[in-house]
Design a protein around this ligand. Structure first.
Ligand code: ZN
Length: 704
């Protein structure tokens, strides 16, 4: 699925009289524009002049607007006379003009967003859909983003300044504390202004993109050739040609090895050892993405490969030399530092969210970091952790080992085999059209009325996907939402159907939250976790949609324990990610080696506090293995928040007893702050309570 990963929302916290509770948490803002020597005098003059024209009631709005415009105005935008003329012409000093302006911006922004997305979708057609070979230029089309320069253009033509002159920038604290009392129109105005709350110079954005791409490349090529791992008895535990990408494939191999392979445990221990060496950078540099050497990750001995299992050419930089086990030179941490340094360059252009940390929490997630941390700690320190650990230990028949943070044996084995399900699905859905035709019925089974089901189905186009499937919503009401689903030679298979139902959930949310929303700038949901949670609601009913019995209570209880254990693990990982970013900001000139030491120490600290008491082993560094830590700019906290939100929404659906109308009601709340959204949807702010309650219930069900 493709949804907004991080909405570009920004805040500025000017301490103005009309800003009732100026957040101020980040200290006084230093708007760049105030450096222009004439600005203060011009603003004073304009305030007097325009208050005389429009009345005293407009003074506060005007002062705010002047401040907001001034903070983004650069010398190249024009001299004092240009600034003054701009303000005189564009300040909406009466309610009627302001109303017209607000409505027109809503209409026109919908047009530009909507059409840009249309271009983007069309340009990606060849790479997204199952349409035959992709030629090199198709990839360039797919990578082109026609909207990349819209914000720059809007500052240049001064449409952005028009918004900043007339509508309020707000702080997260305001949106949280005052937002509950705001009207929908006030919310829509706040979101409108937020679109233009940052003006980052092109070269700073470019540097960020370059650092990001470099870190991505490093991560994307970090493969381990598994057949070349040798244990202490000289055995190769993994099959030929197996190449696993860190950390995803390595972790998933640990999960796969719970299924009863006689070497499963030995393989899991070996992967854990590999991960340890990656985090601590004691991994020999030469073994990364190289099938020309054999490596014992326990002794760290490296030898020329004594088997050939790839057509990879010999590594030229190493040929001729005997392989050494010289450690990777802290490259992992050098790449992370690059993303940090590039992020720091944005800081001066983001006065009240002056760190990447603040931007992630206050702007993208819109939940204060302190609260997020508290929610994670509630899960990590929950009394259910040792109880679930005990269940796992009993099921494994051995004491827990650190890699059991990835235990996946709770996954219920269904009544039907995958092959049986494939057969049922392929018969029912031989083509994308067959799914399209059945969609109204599927939606009615999910509790939508006939009228709603047909309305939704008419707004969703079904295409055969090249990949596993995704949902692409529209950005303007005259456009449709797209469901891309994988159709094999023999029709759809069960996995494809399961994904299609998930993506259909996205499409339904996208349809309601755009086409039926009251204000365009409130379209959507607060962030990705919300749309994912809504899609999971659909996905969880896939068996019923095939006319089969739904999961029984016990299978669902196991699924809950699986989710809880996953939330526990990823909350630990997220705390490490958060602490590492804090450390970097506290040590901006750190070397890669220093950053490595800090990351290792932080990983151990979090482990020792929340995991060691359960696993009976200290100083484990596994929580530092996630690749996101290196290339994803503090993205990891989104996962545990997502688990919590999913449970809250699921619980509400069960309470309502009927998905259709409840889903529509929730989707219409729009993109307000997460806590307000959740209160409107379920009556409580975002939090771990629903997850914890469900876990307690599940424990009772499986161990009565
Ligand atoms: Zn999704």
């Amino acid at each position: 699925m493709r949804t907004m990963l991080f909405r570009t929302v920004v805040i500025l916290g000017f301490s103005l009289a009309i800003v009732a509770t100026s957040a101020g948490a980040s200290g006084p803002a230093k708007p760049q524009g105030t450096q222009l020597p004439w600005l203060k005098e011009s603003a004073t003059k304009l305030e007097t002049e325009l208050v005389a024209k429009y009345g005293e009631s407009q003074r506060a709005r005007l002062a705010r607007g002047l401040m907001q415009v001034g903070s983004f105005w650069r010398a190249e935008d024009g001299e004092a006379a240009v600034f003054e003329e701009f303000v005189r012409t564009n300040f909406a000093g009466d309610a009627q003009t302001l109303d017209t302006m607000f409505k027109r911006f809503q209409t026109n922004l919908e047009q530009i967003d909507g059409h840009m997305l249309e271009i983007n979708r069309e340009f990606r057609q060849q790479s997204d859909l199952d349409l035959g070979p992709i030629l090199p230029f198709d990839e360039l089309f797919a990578g082109y983003d026609p909207s990349a320069h819209v914000t720059d253009d809007f500052f240049q033509n001064k449409l952005a300044f028009t918004v900043l002159l007339n509508f309020p920038l707000t702080t997260l604290e305001q949106r949280i504390t005052e937002g509950e009392k705001w009207s929908r129109r006030q919310w829509a105005e706040a979101r409108l202004a937020q679109r233009f709350s940052k003006r980052i110079p092109a070269e700073v954005n470019l540097a960020l993109a370059q650092a990001s791409a470099e870190a991505d490349r490093y991560i994307a090529e970090y493969n381990i050739w598994m057949h070349h791992l040798i244990d202490n008895n000289g055995n190769r535990l993994f099959p030929a040609k197996m190449r696993l990408l860190s950390h995803w494939n390595l972790r998933d191999q640990i999960k796969a090895d719970y299924s009863g392979d006689k070497n499963g445990l030995a393989k899991q221990r070996m992967i854990q050892q590999v991960m340890d060496r990656i985090v601590t950078q004691t991994i020999p540099g030469i073994v990364v993405n190289n099938s020309n050497v054999d490596w014992n990750p326990f002794t760290n001995e490296v030898k020329p490969a004594s088997v050939v299992d790839s057509d990879q050419p010999p590594n030229t930089s190493q040929s001729g030399k005997a392989p050494t086990n010289a450690p990777e030179p802290n490259t992992r941490y050098a790449k992370l530092l690059l993303t940090f340094q590039a992020s720091r360059r944005i800081d001066p252009y983001s006065p009240t969210a002056p760190t990447l940390i603040a931007r992630r929490f206050d702007e993208n997630r819109e939940i204060p970091e302190a609260r997020v941390k508290e929610m994670f700690e509630q899960v990590l320190a929950s009394p259910f952790v040792p109880q679930v650990a005990k269940v796992i230990q009993t099921r494994l028949g051995r004491p827990l080992e650190p890699f059991d943070i990835w235990y996946n044996g709770f996954r219920p084995r269904g009544t039907y085999t995958e092959a049986q399900l494939d057969e049922i699905v392929s018969k029912k859905y031989p083509t994308a059209e067959a799914y399209k035709k059945e969609m109204p019925n599927l939606l009615m089974q999910l509790g939508f009325t006939k009228e709603r089901a047909e309305y939704l189905a008419n707004n969703i186009i079904v295409d055969p996907a090249r990949g596993s499937g995704h949902a692409l919503g529209a950005s303007m009401r005259q456009a449709k939402a797209y469901l891309r689903t994988r159709i094999g030679r023999a029709g759809m298979d069960y996995k494809g159907f399961n994904i299609a139902v998930h993506e259909m959930g996205h499409n339904v949310e996208q349809t309601f939250s755009l086409n039926n929303i009251d204000y365009y700038t409130l379209q959507g949901v607060p962030n990705t976790a919300f749309t994912e949670a809504l899609a999971f609601v659909f996905q969880g009913h896939d068996l019923e949609l095939l006319g089969l019995a739904k999961q029984d209570a016990k299978s669902r209880a196991f699924k809950t324990l699986d989710d809880f254990w996953g939330a526990y693990e990823i909350a630990g990982v997220a705390l490490v990610d958060m602490a590492v970013w804090h450390w970097m900001y506290e040590h901006p000139n750190a070397t890669p080696a220093e950053l490595k030491d800090a990351t290792v120490r932080i990983s151990k600290d979090v482990w020792n506090k929340y995991f060691a008491p359960v696993f009976k082993k200290r100083d484990v560094v596994l929580l530092g293995i996630y690749s996101h830590m290196i290339d994803s700019f503090l993205y990891l906290p989104d996962y545990p928040i997502g688990h919590m939100i999913a449970f809250q929404i699921e619980e509400q659906m069960e309470k309502a007893g009927n998905i259709g109308p409840e889903f529509e009601r929730m989707a219409l709340v729009g993109s307000v702050v997460p806590d307000l959204w959740m209160k409107k949807a379920t009556g409580a702010p975002v939090g771990p309570e629903a997850l914890l309650t469900a876990t307690g219930r599940a424990l009772k069900q499986i161990a009565p």
